[in-house]
Write a protein that binds this ligand. Structure first.
Ligand code: NAP
Length: 321
């Protein structure tokens, strides 16, 4: 008998067919009004789950006694209680590496857009305000030659450091759990304590996973340590930053601006104060959202799932047991 898999994210036809050759697939559209109910109905028979963006708590897992593999189409695994999955002997897999470069591009897009006020001024032109040449009121600030502080020097942090050092002649500082001799040698990156980095960097970019040690890592105290002309960029997870404290810092001019791809609540509510601030560039969690990268992530997730269900050790196994 084939193993049964519930897919709760849209897959390309070739990937769906590849999966269907080896397992019985139930597709669930979580955006549909009955999506969650259909997922619940399918869980009792499921050996595998494939998807993303769904917090998978114990209430759902209790419905799935036959579950063997949860294959997440993401690198971050903050939607899962890893310890609970391990207790249940359910493999959790993820999709690192294939999204690293694209997510670093998103980080740099936010650095440039915030520094050069690209979104604000493009909207200003669109709204018909460009009648004469610009003066200082519309100037931005340079990126090249400035200091970038990277918090979380992992795969994405390293790709960001490469762009900054090689492409923009930036000085790179970083803070991580451990020092990274490779990044120091290749990008001239220098290790700093969190406090020292916040005080020295012109741009602070967050690339840590969301975990107990990083939730609320950047709060009022940390924002107060940043230079008033600095820009905060968050491509990690919304809850790494205390959003209320950030709003206050941006409103009061304590910070020059912020480029944000992730938020405490997603989708970002239309009445969020962040959207009232001209010095905020907000994107809808597009870190890895290109056609090529999302397909590569889904392919990686399908491979992880099939390897796990076949009793092999998946390449990207988060909770090996
Ligand atoms: P990674 O290779 O594991 O890198 C994460 C780095 O964060 C590690 O180097 C780790 O340091 C460091 N770190 C962890 N906890 C820390 C702490 N408390 N203080 C300082 N540094 C800490 O992961 P990645 O592939 O670069 O991805 C990073 C995160 O980016 C993901 O978990 C995900 O949440 C986010 N992401 C977002 C998007 C998006 O769409 N916006 C897309 C992709 C990823 P050590 O190595 O020293 O332990």
């Amino acid at each position: 008998m084939n193993k049964r898999v519930v897919v709760y994210k849209t897959l390309s036809q070739p990937l769906l067919e590849r999966l269907q050759q080896q397992v019985d697939v139930t597709q669930v559209d979580l955006n549909a009004s009955d999506g969650l109910a259909r997922l619940r109905d399918a869980l009792p028979d499921a050996h595998g789950l494939l998807g993303a963006s769904l917090p998978l708590g114990s209430a759902l897992l209790d419905l799935a006694p036959n579950l063997q593999v949860v294959s997440s189409i993401s690198v971050g695994v903050d939607n899962y209680d890893v310890a609970d999955l391990t207790r249940r002997r359910v493999m959790l897999t993820h999709t690192p590496d294939v999204l690293t470069e694209t997510t670093a591009d998103t980080g740099f897009a936010l650095i440039l857009a915030s520094a050069r006020r690209v979104v604000e001024l493009a909207n200003w032109v669109r709204d018909g305000h460009w009648h004469k040449s610009l003066g200082p009121a519309h100037f931005g600030t340079d990126v090249q030659g400035k200091t970038l502080g990277i918090i979380g020097m992992g795969r994405i942090g390293d790709a960001l450091a490469r762009r900054a050092a090689a492409g923009f002649g930036m000085r790179v500082l970083y803070h991580s759990n451990q020092r990274k001799p490779d990044a120091e040698a290749r990008h001239g990156a220098r290790f700093r304590s969190l406090e020292a980095l916040l005080g020295e960097a012109d741009f602070v970019c967050l690339t840590v996973p969301l975990s107990a040690s990083t939730e609320g890592l950047i709060g009022a105290r940390e924002l107060a340590l940043m230079k008033p002309e600095a820009i905060l960029v968050n491509i990690a997870r919304g809850r790494v930053v205390d959003e209320a404290a950030l709003i206050e810092a941006l409103r009061s001019g304590r910070l020059r601006g912020a480029g944000l791809d992730v938020f405490e609540q997603e989708p970002l509510p239309a009445d969020s104060p962040l959207l009232q601030l001209a010095n905020v560039v907000a994107t809808p969690h597009i870190g890895s959202a290109t056609h090529e990268t999302r397909e590569a992530m889904a392919r990686c997730a399908v491979e992880n799932l099939l390897e796990g269900l076949a009793g092999e050790r998946p390449r990207h196994w988060v909770n090996p047991f």
